[in-house]
Each structure stands twice: as C-alpha cells, then as structure tokens.
Write a protein that binds this ligand. Structure first.
Ligand code: ADP
Length: 192
C-alpha cells in the first residue's frame, strides 16, 4: 500500500492537493476534518460533542478521532493505500497511527509537508471563508487554530524527520505547481 500523510498548517491546501492525489493514485482519502463535519451535519452524538471544540479552534479529543478514523481504515484494507489529511495532529495520534499501521503491516510511506508562510495562510483561509461558510473560518478562530498547530502539530515534523519520511514541498505556488512537486515525490517513491 501507498500511505501518505499530507501535513501542514490550516489553509496550506491539504484538502485540495489530497483531491489531486486520490484521483491520480487511487488512494482512500481520510480527512478527519471532513469526517467530523459530516458527523455534525448528520447530527450524530459524536458530531455534537466535537462541534464545540471545532468552533473554538481546539483539537477534538483523541479517542473520538481514533473511533472515526480506524473504523474507516479497517473497512478499506484492500485499497491501494490511504491519504491521511488533518491527521495526525499531536504526538499521541502519530504514535497510535504507527501502531495501527504496524498491525496492518502497511507503514506510512511518505509525509508530504506543505510549507506556506503564515501571512499566506490567513489570506487563503479568509478567502475560503467567503465560500465555505465554515464556522471556524473567522479571523479569531483561525488565529487559535494556527496557535494549536504551532504548539501541538508542528513538533511532529521532527517525529517524521527522524523516521526519514519527511518531504518538504514548497506550497506557495499555484495548485498545479504544487501538485507537480507532489507527483515528482510520489513517482520517485514508487520508482517511476
Ligand atoms: P484545517 O486543517 O483547515 O484546520 P480541518 O478540516 O483539518 O481544517 O480541521 C477542522 C477542525 O476539526 C480542527 O480545527 C479540529 O477542531 C478538528 N480536527 C480535525 N482533525 C483533527 C484531529 N486529527 N484531531 C483533533 N481534532 C481534529
């Protein structure tokens, strides 16, 4: 299997590039943000519990995330691989993911780190807010999300660098330019 983590701050274009990647490489897209928004839309108890964290720009408790995510990995063991988008977001999540994938005998292949300046992040999210209607895309909540990212998620760069899996991708270009860099890395990994 080809298991890719798409990593980066909020607003770096993880969702957009994930769409390009799943189309080309036929991976199963696991976006914890999308999964949570779906739960909220359906009014499920999990969704209701998660909503207050999301609206405040905080991380949803790990146990909630694990239940939602590993239900989906176990249902897709015959796929070509997974793209993890918005997960892992802290050390515990990264360690549990490695354990789960070790059980499935299919480790993480690559961690694609989309590198974008903080100034650009704000611009992109505020632009997206005009169309997304997402309650967490307001200036105040974005600030909190970026702070949570810096404190809890960014340290994972070291975790994956130490595993030799971290691949920085210059994320400031156009969608097409960034995807071309991603394709080059994935194709290189696949030996194409
Ligand atoms: P973004 O990357 O733009 O912040 P996401 O759609 O990935 O947006 O996530 C939106 C919100 O969902 C996060 O701010 C957080 O509250 C929650 N969330 C998503 N993924 C996770 C996760 N792996 N762990 C905890 N909370 C999460």
């Amino acid at each position: 299997m080809l298991n890719v983590i798409i990593f980066g701050a909020p607003g770096t274009g993880k969702g957009t590039q994930s769409q390009n990647i799943i189309e080309k490489y036929q991976l199963v897209h696991l976006s914890t943000g999308d999964i949570l928004r779906e739960e909220i839309k359906n009014g499920s108890p999990v969704g209701l519990a998660a909503k207050k964290y999301i609206d405040d720009g905080l991380l949803v408790p790990d146990s909630v995330i694990f239940d939602l995510l590993f239900d989906r990995t176990s249902k897709n063991t015959n796929s070509k691989g997974f793209i993890f988008d918005g997960f892992p977001r802290n050390n515990v999540q990264a360690e549990i993911l490695d354990e789960k994938l070790a059980e499935m005998q299919t480790p993480i292949s690559l961690v694609l780190y989309l590198d974008v300046t903080e100034e650009e992040l704000f611009k992109r999210i505020l632009l997206r807010a005009q169309i997304s209607g997402r309650a967490d895309d307001t200036a105040e909540v974005i600030k909190k999300r970026i702070e949570v990212y810096t404190q809890q998620t960014q340290p994972l760069l070291d975790y994956y660098r130490q595993q030799g899996k971290l691949i920085p991708i210059a994320g400031m270009g156009t969608i097409e330019e960034v995807f071309a860099l991603i394709e080059k890395e994935i194709d290189g990994y696949l030996g194409k």
